[in-house]
Design a protein around this ligand. Structure first.
Ligand SMILES: CC(C)(COP(=O)(O)OP(=O)(O)OC[C@H]1O[C@@H](n2cnc3c(N)ncnc32)[C@H](O)[C@@H]1OP(=O)(O)O)[C@@H](O)C(=O)NCCC(=O)NCCS
Length: 182
């Protein structure tokens, strides 16, 4: 064994460091990449076709115009780790205080507490924007982490729809959860 002064100290555990900020248009390629990973590999989204950059840019512009929160988390080196946004729940005017949220982390960033941090900020920012109700529509298979996360923030189950989606050769349902921001 090496003498003590030559032995290498154990590597300190790398802390999972991130900052949360408003999304900007140049984030859209990375946002698209994160989302499309789940389109191709999971049933947490019912999309089957990869979203294009053009679609993400249009979505960003639309949410920006409405003043709806769209947040991203990035690593100290500037790598996009995940995003969270809210979008109108329905177009009819009386629904204007109600939004649907969406939260996606890159697979390597999941399970480390970032979802909690992003959702907390998204809720605060939605309140500040004058929104009153948030709805989460979550797949009833394969999205256990998302259901657990939303329930931890006081989202309550308000209903389920069975067999409304068909992806990867199987039927899927959704769980609807709602949180009041009042
Ligand atoms: C869902 C998602 C945003 C959650 O974020 P996360 O950073 O992985 O979750 P966190 O580490 O903040 O954990 C949040 C809570 O959920 C719990 N949780 C996490 N994964 C879980 C799992 N697979 N099953 C049950 N509970 C789970 C954690 O224990 C944690 O609770 P705690 O803080 O009391 O320990 C993230 O995993 C993700 O992006 N998944 C893929 C995309 C997705 O499903 N998006 C949602 C579509 S509706």
């Amino acid at each position: 064994m090496l003498p003590r002064h030559l032995r290498k100290a154990p590597e300190p555990e790398t802390p999972f460091d991130f900052t949360i900020r408003d999304a900007v248009l140049p984030d859209m390629p990375a946002v698209r990449e994160i989302y499309n990973y789940y389109v191709a590999n999971s049933t947490v989204t019912f999309d089957e076709d990869a979203m294009t950059l053009k679609e993400w840019k249009a979505k960003f512009a639309y949410l920006d115009k409405l003043g709806m929160p769209f947040l991203v988390a990035e690593s100290p080196s500037g790598q996009l780790l995940g995003y969270a946004l809210v979008a109108p729940w329905k177009q009819k005017r009386a629904y204007r205080y109600t939004v649907e949220n969406s939260i996606y982390l890159g697979p390597a960033a999941a399970g480390k507490g970032l979802g909690r941090a992003l959702l907390a900020e998204l809720i605060d920012r939605s309140k500040a924007a004058g929104l009153k109700e948030i709805i989460a529509v979550i797949a009833d298979q394969g999205a256990e982490a998302s259901i657990a996360l939303h329930e931890k923030f006081g989202f309550q189950e308000i209903g389920r729809m069975g067999r409304v989606g068909f992806k990867f050769d199987r039927w899927l349902g959704t769980v609807l959860l709602q949180k009041s921001l009042k």
